[in-house]
Design a protein around this ligand. Structure first.
Ligand code: AGP
Length: 611
């Protein structure tokens, strides 16, 4: 959840660290800090609040070191405060650490260190790490580089939980050690310099060549060399990976916020995700997939496992797979799936969806499915992310970096990819050729349909102005429209802080309708011609009770509603890709009307790397 950044080279580290932290702020933003080494001394400046506030502290300009680490925090242990901010130092001020993750056994380690006279200043779990490193360093018989390396390795062996850490030592002023376990960390290599970060986009403008660390791999970094070690301190080789994302794709590009930029990037994201995977006159082709008919016929159930928006994409994926492949699909929230002993057999196929590829619960769920013998597919947007290194097969959405905490282009790209996977399976199984043809045709038209919706958003903006002060908003839909209602409701609550709930339209009168009173807004998605009359009746039921109505539809309606947003017609199975766009925009404009930080909503973080 926290963001960590590091620099080691010939330039002044401070501006590079601040720049990296500003780009990583979406991971957490309640406090920030940086430490650099100068004249064999660690200088550490940290503060409660945003990175911009840290950068306004006058002493920060006195940091001249060319080796440094930085951190932007999403509090887990201890409230946001200067003392709880990272970097944390050991008692002797010779080691500084930034950490992303959770040290589960920190209380025991704290007691152990206290018994050796160590004192603690903060309430964090992290503060045990620099002190343990000091303890192991002091008690080591090693010398030179090895002494530093072994102290960090021995410390990590004592830690339980998840971590990505960067360690500076005043005893080794030209080096830094970094390591990860179940938390992301990458190293960008430049000419006589290295950049370290929680994710690639934050340092993409500085480096194109990256080392992607695996769990319990230790990197001993100097400005012109990176050596990698396993947890037995044996040197290992690692390949460097060239990343072709362009740096501009991680910038706002003239938009006021990343979220609006990313909403507008959806046509491009979908075009790229389709790529050459489907065409009208040949079979669907997915790189690295080698499924055969016999195997697919043996599949008795498909599980789709994910969190939040990715799980909502999975619900639409379920409709598509069941319709085309005629295989039952269960969609599960990852944090539930991993603890419920799911009935998975070798005849189960498990698909895990995660934009970031770093969501702790989704990764743990995948590991569980593997132990039960199921084949696993990861759908991710981030090349080389943790989940892609665990799954049997990985298939990427090519949405480009998604920076805003509220997911938009990743969601629509995930649905398109699930549709492509469904078509791929159905073609091998020889099922539903007519449906496949229609679906392919319509998938290819999605980007231009989204462009049509985005051309004029005035009505949505005006409606947002009318309802931005409301306390409750309801979202309803039937069949393929229900998962979109859930996604619209999630978008609204996460960036506008308005309480909202989503229901299948037909379920309203089984309880929730008691909450409908004069002027409550009900957002309704209506894309299913066959269910049109029934859905209209459900809307009439709330209108009668005084509700304001905002309708997203591709049907001709002969009734008066407060606002009707027309979207292009498409194959019903993929209609969520179009109907969600007005809902994303409604949430966006409401948040703007309220003057909130759209990209960094309170209490949230972009990748949820703790369970
Ligand atoms: C989406 O707007 C949310 N911020 C959140 O639900 C997100 O989709 C979820 O945390 C899963 O993230 P992932 O796709 O990176 O695994």
């Amino acid at each position: 959840m926290c963001g960590i950044v590091g620099y080691i080279g010939e330039k002044k580290a401070k501006p590079i660290l601040i720049n990296g932290l500003l780009r990583l702020e979406y991971r957490g933003y309640d406090s920030a800090g940086i430490a650099t080494i100068e004249n064999n001394e660690i200088k550490n400046i940290k503060n409660k609040g945003r990175v911009s506030e840290l950068n306004n502290i006058s002493e920060i300009n006195s940091l001249n070191g060319t080796v440094g680490i930085g951190h932007t925090r999403w509090a887990t242990h201890g409230k946001p405060s200067s003392l709880n901010s990272h970097p944390h130092m050991d008692n002797s001020n010779n080691f500084a650490v930034v950490h992303n993750g959770i040290i589960e056994n920190y209380s025991d380690l704290k007691e152990f260190l206290k018994s050796h006279k160590y004192k603690f200043l903060s309430e964090t779990d992290t503060e045990v790490i620099p002190n343990l490193i000091h303890f192991n360093y002091k008690n080591s018989n090693e010398t030179g580089e090895n002494k530093f390396l072994k102290a960090v390795i021995d410390t990590c062996k004592m830690l339980k939980g998840s971590y990505a850490i960067e360690v500076l030592s005043a005893y080794h002023p030209d080096n830094m050690i970094v390591v990860r376990k179940d938390s992301p960390l990458v190293i960008g290599k430049g000419e006589n310099e290295c950049y370290i970060s929680s994710d690639i986009p934050a340092i993409l403008s500085f480096a194109k060549d990256f080392y992607l660390l695996n769990d319990m791999e230790f990197a001993y970094i100097s400005k012109n060399n990176v050596k990698f070690y396993n947890d037995k301190a044996i040197e290992i080789n690692k390949e460097i990976k060239n990343i072709t994302w362009d740096a501009g794709s991680a910038e706002k590009d003239g938009y006021p916020d990343f979220m609006l930029k990313e909403i507008n990037e959806q046509p491009k994201a979908i075009r790229e995700t389709i790529g050459s995977r489907i065409s009208l006159d040949s079979k669907t082709n997915i790189d690295d997939f080698n499924f055969n008919k016999k195997y697919l016929q043996s599949i008795t159930k498909i599980f789709i496992v994910a969190c939040g928006t990715a799980m909502h994409a999975g619900l639409t994926g379920k409709n598509i797979i069941e319709n085309l492949c005629e295989i039952p699909v269960e969609v599960e929230v990852a944090s539930e799936f991993r603890y419920k002993n799911p009935i998975i057999t070798q005849n189960s196929l498990c698909i895990f969806i995660t934009q970031s590829g770093e969501t702790a619960d989704t990764i743990a769920a995948l590991k569980l499915a593997k132990t039960k013998g199921a084949k696993t597919i990861a759908i991710s947007n981030v090349i080389g992310s943790s989940i892609t290194r665990e799954a049997d097969y990985t298939i990427y959405t090519h949405a480009g970096p998604e920076i805003a905490v509220a997911s938009t282009k990743a969601y629509t790209s995930q649905i398109v990819l699930l549709a492509i996977i469904s078509i791929y399976f159905a073609e091998i199984l020889g099922k539903n050729p007519k449906k496949i043809e229609d679906l392919k045709n319509n998938i290819l038209k999605l980007p231009s349909h989204i462009e049509t919706i985005l051309k004029d958003t005035t009505k949505i903006k005006d409606f947002a102005k009318k309802i931005f002060k409301e306390k409750d908003v309801f979202f309803i839909g039937r069949n393929v429209d229900y998962p979109v209602a859930m996604e619209g409701s999630l978008k609204l609550k996460e960036i506008s802080y308005i309480h909202s709930e989503a229901y299948p339209s037909g379920e309203l009168k089984h309880g929730p309708i008691a909450l409908i009173e004069n002027n409550v807004t009900v957002v309704s998605i209506l894309t299913n011609r066959l269910l049109l009359e029934k859905s209209i009746s459900n809307i009439q039921e709330v209108v009668t009770r005084g509700a304001k109505t905002f309708i997203v539809t591709n049907q001709e309606l002969n009734h008066e509603f407060d606002e009707v947003i027309k979207i292009p017609k498409t194959n019903a199975l993929i209609s969520p890709v179009l109907s969600v766009i007005p809902l994303q925009l409604l949430a966006y404009y409401i948040s703007k009307e309220k003057g909130l930080d759209v990209d960094k909503p309170r209490n949230l973080a972009k990748s949820v790397t703790v369970e």
